[in-house]
Every structure is written in structure tokens, then in C-alpha cells.
Design a protein around this ligand. Structure first.
Ligand SMILES: [Zn+2]
Length: 517
């Protein structure tokens, strides 16, 4: 059995709050999905907004190597004619070879929202499908609210599908538009529908409102659906759509249904991150299969098991989807985690018990090393007597001045010795940490020119005992990069400047002395 993958990230996915894509963004995502090997890419609703129309006018569908480009529209208005409805006719002028037509399949909507008769709704479906099929389009038919409609009046919901199939639709997609149907009920309805339409492909479109978006899609496929719609990372309106990434991995690795070649499957993690990045969404690190934490082993027992046989604590091999196994070090870690981590960082672990003791003490004070590889590597090194500071601090002082009605200016002065020389350096910045960073760099760059390539890429502050308000402990995480790799450093103090200083210094020291990979 072959399953068709239908991606609607560029149409349904853009309904997510806060998401807005330019035409250029859409083109990049479409190319990525195409190279991954999805069968259909639904790129928008051209009649609904000028931006979607612009995409379809600018982008030639023949540029896609694998996927068929889909333009979405609704069935024509009641009591009108498809050939007079611009939302329908505009598709005939576009290069997209596939039309996806949505229509009501729940009587409640037909009567209360469309305010027409059930028979006129069927007529609208017949007319629209026949018109676009007659114009040479492959027609996919989305039956909106199919499961709610079926619960209410199964004969009517089936009649809507029959109208579409008889008019030339080649795929009938059953949509759980409100996302409230659970897998058991959904599976039974899909099975019944598949029996009614043995000669047409039946598809499934689910939402995640009950937390069952992927589960429902898989249940539908078990019941005979052969076409599945979803979005990358489940991005979509409200709680999102069926996550196509998880669905693909499950179909191929768990259900034995080949939907793409193994090489493409190994690009799944990269594709998922790429789409998040273009959509300007921070990737959820806990996504199934492709999240940064999906194969992260923290508990000592788990790390021990993994080191003996990965199958002990992994449901699939991370490489199958292009992910990697990680062993973050935390207070739950055992000596095995320390050895594994030291190895990952290119260090000799030496006395693991002593290092573990040092980590536990620091975690008790509020440090956290899971996202601070640089500070962890330095801590392991220092515990083993390998301490190579870049400079020796004498003092630093920061002055922030706010003038009524004006800007706040900040200046930092730092005194230190570097390479046996005493240096005094002053710099201004847009805030205290920036000023301190500038002054420090000015002082030490002559001896460490490689620091010119290193810059801060992220600065995060977390208050640890929130009930203590301003007296609370502050944890600062600073990510640095040299353009090729990225590393994190952590600092903890009741004083936010001191916490930032620690993370800043660790980040720079690791950049100069750390493992070069
Ligand atoms: Zn939807």
C-alpha cells in the first residue's frame, strides 16, 4: 500500500498565531519539502489574500522535482455558478496542477453558517469539483467537519463525498476540523467511509485539540486511508495540526509503510529545524523523534544501559531520522554519564567521582549544565587541575547613567593582567553586560586575536527563587559562536552582573582553550 503525504504547512500552518511568512519564505519551505519527497505541497488560498496569490503567480509548479503543488479554495457560493465565482476561477490561471476544494459536510454548518439547503450544498460541491476537474486540475476534496457531521447525520456526510467523487474528485479527505474526535471513533468512521468508496483515495486531515492529531491520522491509515495531511512540527491554528514529521517517522519506522527513501528520512531532523527557523519559531526541544532532547539520556541507570546497548532506552536509532544521542549531565547523572560526557567533549574523565561531586555541589548552588557545555568542560578540566585562565582580574566597575528625558548610557572599566602585563580598559555599551564584554575584549584581544571571531549569540536570564524577588539568585546562560560551532556557558549569583561575568568569561575561555572541532 502506498501512502501519499500532503503537507499544508504553507496554508493551514500559517493560521498559527504569530506566524507570518513572506513569499520568499514560502518558496524556501516549498523547496525543502520537495527535496524531502512529500507528494503534495499545499501552498495557500490564493483567493483569500494577495500574498498567497502572489506566491502562486510567481512560483512555477514545474520547479518542484517531486511534489505536486496544490492551490486551496472553497466550493462556490450557494445559488451561484462555479464559472462566475472568482475564488474558484482564479485557480484555472495558476500553474498549480492540483486544486484542493473545501466544502461543508455537517448539516449544522450548511444551515446555520452557509444558510442554504442541504441539497444546494451538494449542488455547489458537484458544480465546483466538475468545473475544476474540467479545467484539467487534479481535484482533492476536503470534507470539513466530516466527523461531527457523520455523528449527526451519516447519510448526509456520505452524500457530500459522493457528490464530489461523482463530479471527478480523485481523493476524498475526511477533516476533523475541530480536532475533538478520539482515535477509536475516528477509525470506525474512516473504515465505514473507505468501504463506501472502494475506487477513490480516502485521506485524513486532523487537528491536535484533543492531543490526538497524530494518533488519529495513524488510526485512519490503519482503517484504510491512503492520503495523510499535516504540517511540519504540527504548526497550525489553536493547538496545531497533525504533525507530519512524527507521522512520517511512525509510518516508516513503526508501521512498515514506506513513504520516503531512507536517505530522506535521515534528513527529517534537519528539515524540521529548518522550517522552525524560517517561521521564526524556537524549535521545541522535546518534539518526538527530531527534538534536541528526543534521544537525551540523563538518568545514571539510563546512561549505563545505553552504553551497553542503545535499545535498552531508545525506541528507534536516532540516526534513522538524522538525530543524535546526547548525554546531558545533571544532578541525576552517574559516573557513566560523566565518562560519556567527557568523551563527547574530548576530555579524559580522570576521577569521575570527584567530578560528579563538583557538579552536584554547583547544581545545589543553582548552576545547570545541560545547556552549558563550555562551563561543564571547564569545570571538568579545573577539577582535574587543568586551569588555564585567559587573564587575572583585578577589578571591574560599571556605571550606568540615566538623565531625565534622555537615554541611559553605560560605561565599564576593567583592570586586569594578561600575559604578564597590567591593562586598564574602558568601553561603552548598550547595557552593563555589553559594556563589560567590550571592555574585556579590548583588554585581551591583542593577546588572543581569535576572540575577534567569537561573539555572543544568546543571553538568557532565569530567576531561581522567585518568591525572594530582587534578592533571588540569578542564573545567566550565554551562548557564543565562532560562526561554525556554538557553545553555552552558565553563571550564578545573587548579582546579575556577577552571574553574567562568570558566563561571559567561561564562554570566551572555552572559545580560546576548548576543544576545536
Ligand atoms: Zn485544518
Amino acid at each position: 500500500m502506498s501512502i501519499k503525504l500532503f503537507d499544508t504547512t504553507l496554508r493551514d500552518g500559517t493560521q498559527r498565531e504569530g506566524v507570518s511568512l513572506t513569499t520568499e519564505d514560502k518558496v524556501r519551505i516549498a523547496r525543502e519539502l520537495d527535496s524531502l519527497g512529500v507528494h503534495y505541497i499545499e501552498a495557500g488560498f490564493p483567493a483569500s489574500n494577495p500574498k498567497d496569490l502572489e506566491f502562486f503567480e510567481d512560483f512555477d509548479a514545474s520547479e518542484l522535482a517531486n511534489a505536486r503543488l496544490v492551490a486551496f479554495t472553497r466550493a462556490r457560493r450557494p445559488n451561484g455558478r462555479a464559472e462566475d465565482d472568482p475564488a474558484v476561477t482564479c485557480l484555472t490561471r495558476l500553474s498549480a496542477p492540483v486544486a484542493c476544494i473545501v466544502a461543508k459536510s455537517w448539516k449544522l454548518h450548511v444551515e446555520k453558517v452557509l444558510r442554504t439547503t442541504p441539497e444546494e450544498n451538494l449542488e455547489s460541491v458537484r458544480d465546483t469539483v466538475a468545473y475544476l476537474a474540467g479545467a484539467g486540475k487534479e481535484v482533492i476534496f476536503d470534507a470539513e467537519h466530516y466527523f461531527d457531521g457523520f455523528r449527526d447525520d451519516p447519510a448526509y456526510s456520505l452524500a457530500v463525498l459522493r457528490a464530489a467523487a461523482e463530479a471527478g474528485a480523485t481523493t476524498l479527505v475526511l477533516c476533523d476540523t475541530n480536532g475533538g474526535t478520539l482515535p477509536t471513533e475516528l477509525k470506525a468512521v474512516v473504515a465505514r467511509t473507505v468501504r463506501e468508496f472502494p475506487d477513490v483515495e480516502v485521506g485524513i486531515h486532523t487537528h491536535n485539540d484533543s492531543g490526538c492529531g497524530v494518533a488519529c491520522a495513524l488510526a485512519a491509515i490503519e482503517a484504510g486511508a491512503t492520503h495523510v495531511q499535516g504540517t511540519v512540527n504540527g504548526i497550525g491554528e489553536r493547538t496545531g495540526n497533525c504533525d507530519l514529521v512524527t507521522t512520517i517517522a511512525n509510518l516508516q519506522l513503526k508501521m512498515g509503510l514506506k513513504v520516503m527513501d531512507d536517505e530522506s528520512l535521515r534528513r527529517l531532523t534537519e528539515a524540521s529545524n529548518y522550517v522552525s527557523e524560517i517561521m521564526n519559531l524556537t524549535p521545541d526541544t522535546h518534539r518526538p523523534y527530531v527534538g534536541r532532547s528526543a534521544f537525551a539520556h540523563k538518568g545514571g541507570l539510563h546512561v549505563d544501559g545505553i552504553s551497553k546497548d542503545p535499545a535498552t532506552y531508545e525506541h528507534v536509532a536516532p540516526e534513522a531520522v538524522g538525530n543524535v544521542r546526547r548525554t546531558p549531565v545533571g544532578e541525576l547523572s552517574g559516573k557513566n554519564s560523566i565518562r560519556a560526557k567527557a568523551e563527547e567533549l574530548g576530555l579524559e574523565a580522570g576521577d569521575a567521582a570527584e567530578i560528579l561531586g563538583a557538579i552536584k555541589q554547583r547544581e545545589y548552588e543553582g548552576y545547570h549544565y545541560e545547556a552549558a557545555d563550555a562551563s561543564l568542560a571547564l569545570l571538568i578540566g579545573r577539577t582535574m587541575g587543568e586551569d588555564r585562565p585567559l587573564f587575572e582580574l583585578e577589578t571591574f566597575r560599571i556605571i550606568s547613567e540615566k538623565r531625565a528625558g534622555g537615554e541611559t548610557t553605560t560605561e565599564a572599566t576593567i583592570k586586569l593582567s594578561v600575559g604578564g602585563q597590567r591593562v586598564i580598559s574602558t568601553a561603552e555599551g548598550n547595557g552593563p553586560v555589553n559594556a563589560l564584554d567590550q571592555a574585556l575584549r579590548k583588554a585581551i584581544v591583542p593577546l588572543y586575536p581569535e576572540l575577534k571571531e567569537i561573539h555572543l549569540s544568546n543571553y538568557k536570564v532565569r530567576i531561581l527563587d522567585e518568591h525572594r524577588a530582587t534578592a533571588a539568585t540569578t542564573r545567566v546562560l550565554i551562548d557564543s559562536t565562532d560562526g561554525k560551532r556554538m557553545w553555552g556557558a552558565v553563571g550564578v549569583s545573587e548579582n546579575i552582573i556577577e552571574a553574567s561575568w562568570q558566563a561571559l568569561v567561561d564562554g570566551l575561555e572555552y572559545g580560546v582553550n576548548g576543544k576545536k572541532s
